[in-house]
Design a protein around this ligand. Structure first.
Ligand code: PNS
Length: 161
């Protein structure tokens, strides 16, 4: 059975990583799918940089692979025989955001979205908050995988130059 964990992952956090790893306990193959258009640079990291950071952070789990997609998610899942989408839920706000997407994807292709409850130690962590903390020199160790901590710090140093 094959699952996709979709998202923008700009950048991947410890919370995302925990969901990928737990998904890999339930599926033979987990594809982390970075969505977006590689030709339109929006966000801190390019699509390729985000993919590379996820590859490095999941290198010890062979059943996790990384791909990208610039179109409708269900076109990717149909073309690749994906059995389910897997996402994390932190709060009721996530639920409100995710519910219509899960229902839309099910209407469009019949695919189910399975939700894993975020581990409470990662419940308040998001890509955007950790970027804001890092931008002003705050300590983001433990919120982001080590390789991402270094990459975010390097990116902000680069932007300051
Ligand atoms: O990390 P994000 O930004 O919350 O992820 C949202 C994402 C990428 C899952 C959603 O925007 C998406 O599925 N985009 C692909 C285009 C698509 O299929 N849109 C309709 C979703 S119902």
């Amino acid at each position: 059975m094959k699952a996709v964990c979709p998202g923008s992952f700009d950048p991947v956090t410890m919370g995302h990583l925990d969901i990928f790893r737990r998904a890999a306990d339930h599926f033979d193959e987990v594809i982390v799918l970075v969505t977006g258009n590689p030709n339109k640079h929006s966000g801190l990291f390019t699509i390729e940089e985000r993919m590379e950071l996820i590859r490095k952070a999941t290198a010890d789990v062979p059943s996790i692979t990384v791909d990208w997609w610039g179109g409708l998610l269900v076109d990717y899942t149909n073309a690749n025989n994906v059995n389910a989408l897997v996402k994390g839920l932190r709060t009721a706000l996530d639920y409100e955001y995710e519910l219509p997407m899960a229902q839309m994807n099910r209407r469009l292709s019949g695919i189910d979205t399975l939700f894993l409850l975020t581990d409470n130690k990662y419940g308040y962590i998001s890509s955007s908050l950790s970027k804001e903390v890092a931008k002003y020199g705050g300590d983001v160790r433990g919120m982001l995988p080590d390789v991402v901590v270094e990459a975010v710090q390097a990116k902000y140093r680069e932007l300051e130059e």
